[in-house]
Design a protein around this ligand. Sequence first.
Ligand code: MG
Length: 395
Amino acid sequence: MRVYTGLMAVGVVVLLAATVRAAPAEPSFYGDPPDENHPWAVHDPHRPQPKAVSPGTFSMPEQPGKPPSDAVILFDGTDLSKWEADKAEGGPTKWIVKDGAMECTPGSGYIRTKEKFGDCQLHVEWAAPKKVEGNSQGRGNSGIFPMGLAEIQVLDNYDNPTYADGFAGAYYGVSPAMANALRPPGEYQVVDIVFRRPVYKDGKVLDPGYVTVLMNGVLVQDHAMLEGPGGHMGRSKPRPFPEAGPLKLQDHGNPVRFRNIWYRPLPPRAVEGSTDGYLTTEAAMAKRKEIAAEIREDAAKRKDAANPLPEMLRLMESLVYDKDETVYRQVEQMGGQYVESLKKLVADKLEAKKDEVKRVNDAFRYLGRFKIVPATFGPKVEIEKMVKEQGWDKK
Ligand code: MG
């Protein structure tokens, strides 16, 4: 029977987790508190939920997939309205659109997006000409340049050796592709890129920038550190990139085709001001204060003389984030009043509050365990004593 009840409880929790997305069932006072580099408590149920994105579908050689719902579509097979010639003045490109693809017109020059962007998840599909011509770097050569810098090589290496750092999927001139996962020429190759530009401040590198590339789902660049724009023959050196730049595709004299090009901008990193990730102490403490202020704002909304507990619990939670002296005293006072109100209850009324009191006891014990309040904190001591007296601490 006990097992059965347990299973039912699990079922209810699973059901709640699946349906109540905005109000998670997970308790507060649960995981480790924030510290000097992490502004959130572990498993804090109030941490913002990830944004919802409807996934697309995967691409097959015969058919492009559908981009995810938040993708910025750069080319969907119909027109080049998002693109221009890669010249100072821009203007129309001589690349053509044919059979749902854009195709490089050899000798016409690079093509670039009118839009400029930086960090991204970038999706590109390309196909080398079916008719095999040339060898090494002369066969089905093009290139994908996030921000117009750092070429991710496009090349028909299906049965065509070349120098490794110029291979399809290479960060050209810097980092060889880790595998040759190419399909035969004429077939579409699917490239997914995660690009993080270098971030500098006052001439100092905060994050060198990285590129990760999957070719047909096979990892070919694994968080490769950026060392400048790469390039032919010369040794590329690390350097700052601008905040944004156009995506460029290369004209290397071969009629390479592209389709289904889209990107998703990536959120900033901790070095750029994000409060997720491993933060400086200054940034973590500032965010903790902000979180505490939000919790206190929420606590104020729960103010209710007839039922002061929800406000008190939220104020207690705010102390986990920011040990404000006034709030500390307020919790001490409210906790004291709470204990007094319990003491006035007759036995069966108190018994009815067993779960609530145990929850409050757990919250105070949490604050004690992490030294947010001292072991001698009045309400904590009193409630613990009451729980023991009632025998509620035993299973
Ligand atoms: Mg190239």
